[in-house]
Design a protein around this ligand. Structure first.
Ligand SMILES: [Zn+2]
Length: 55
């Protein structure tokens, strides 16, 4: 595989990840969270959003 082809594939993969992250953020933004309690954080059962406790 040539370097340029590898770079193009990396670029495509990064764009793909970026789209997925945006979709996930959107889902988490619109989620009616149901948090499950953990010792140091809450995690939503539905969208997996994590809320860390800061003291
Ligand atoms: Zn949620």
């Amino acid at each position: 595989m040539e370097v340029q082809q590898i770079e193009e594939e990396i670029e495509l993969a990064l764009k793909h990840i970026s789209r997925l992250e945006n979709r996930l953020k959107n889902i988490q933004k619109n989620c009616n969270h149901q948090f499950k309690y953990h010792p140091n954080f809450n995690k939503c059962k539905k969208c997996h959003k994590v809320e860390v406790f800061y003291y």
